[in-house]
Unconditional design. Structure first.
Length: 331
């Protein structure tokens, strides 16, 4: 009778269970998680304060000011100035998020591990390099998207609350207001995470990756800001020579004069037909109206969504490059 033999012992690497990546990531980056939560909570509370009591007080103050008929009447100037200051600070806080995320991702999320060699330790614990990178990016991407999305929404609501009621409220096409209140900043924050991670993988040094990630987001922001007016067809608005050019909205390029034949000529900027010295100039140019190529307020969401799509396309490219880089380095 043949004796039963015990099955061969499985290799140690096969027996070792895969580590709980989510718990490991939270424990490893707990300080960053606390800082991120504090930044979101404080900024969100500030935006709620801005869109509520501060807006109400500023609206009341502007009504008092506009009702003044004498130079000595009183109005609540402090409320107007406080609203303006808090709006500027809150807007800056929202806009700086993508740059902070890119710097953190390059220095701490990826760069420090590669610099210290702890990535190799994770790869020996039944975790493939691709899975390691996916786990490193998935949780931060979720938190970044949720947190930045909340701040952008609250900023848009706070800005909307003061429109047409606060005389000094920023227009929709103000550059900082446009970005802080729309989904393009959420896309920039997500791209900042991926750009920082890619910088960490490429440079393998935390300090260098910190700078490279922030520089990459800066370049992307400047590029999309320059391209933004051209991402959607403009509207040509004509106005009377007596009233001057109509510049309400995001003006693209320069405005000028339209001739009777439909040609465009440069504006001599002599003051229009109401200025006697300017009338012969207008007649010589055969000018019939002012023209301006603009984006009206109805283009707000088309511009936001188109710019967001462009930034997300850059993010997708960064993801592909990051995984290809990991695969090439680990064989």
């Amino acid at each position: 009778m043949t004796a039963l033999t015990a099955p061969a012992a499985a290799p140690a690497s096969a027996q070792a269970p895969a580590p709980h990546l989510l718990r490991w990531l939270i424990r490893l980056h707990r300080p960053a998680l606390y800082i991120w939560a504090a930044l979101v909570v404080v900024t969100a509370a500030t935006l709620l304060w801005l869109g509520g009591p501060l807006t109400d007080n500023a609206v009341a103050a502007w009504r008092e000011y506009n009702a003044c008929r004498t130079a000595t009447c009183a109005y609540d100037q402090d409320s107007i100035l406080l609203y303006k200051d808090v709006y500027n600070y809150a807007t800056f806080a929202v806009l700086v998020v993508p740059f902070l995320i890119a710097a953190w991702a390059g220095a701490s999320l990826i760069g420090r591990e590669l610099e210290n060699g702890t990535d190799r330790l994770a790869w020996t614990q039944s975790v493939s390099p691709a899975r390691w990178l996916a786990a490193k990016l998935a949780l931060p991407a979720t938190l970044v998207t949720a947190g930045t999305g909340l701040l952008v929404l609250l900023h848009h609501l706070a800005w909307s609350a003061g429109q047409r009621q606060i005389d000094t409220a920023k227009p929709w096409h103000d550059s900082f207001t446009f970005y802080a209140g729309g989904p393009v900043t959420v896309a920039l924050a997500l791209t900042g995470l991926l750009a920082g991670a890619l910088a960490g993988l490429a440079l393998r040094r935390s300090l260098a990756a910190l700078g490279a990630g922030a520089v990459a987001v800066t370049a992307l922001w400047l590029g999309i800001n320059q391209a933004l007016p051209h991402l959607w067809p403009t509207v040509t608005r004509l106005s009377s020579l007596r009233n001057g050019p109509s510049l309400e909205g995001m003006v693209v390029g320069d405005y000028g004069l339209m001739t009777s034949s439909g040609d465009r000529v440069a504006d001599p900027r002599c003051g229009g037909v109401l200025v006697s010295e300017c009338r012969p100039v207008m007649e010589r140019l055969d000018a019939t109206a002012y023209y301006a190529d603009i984006h009206p307020a109805s283009h707000y969401w088309p511009l936001q969504l188109t710019a967001t799509a462009v930034v997300l396309a850059v993010a997708a490219v960064a993801v592909l490059i990051a995984f290809r880089l990991v695969r090439r380095r680990t064989g």
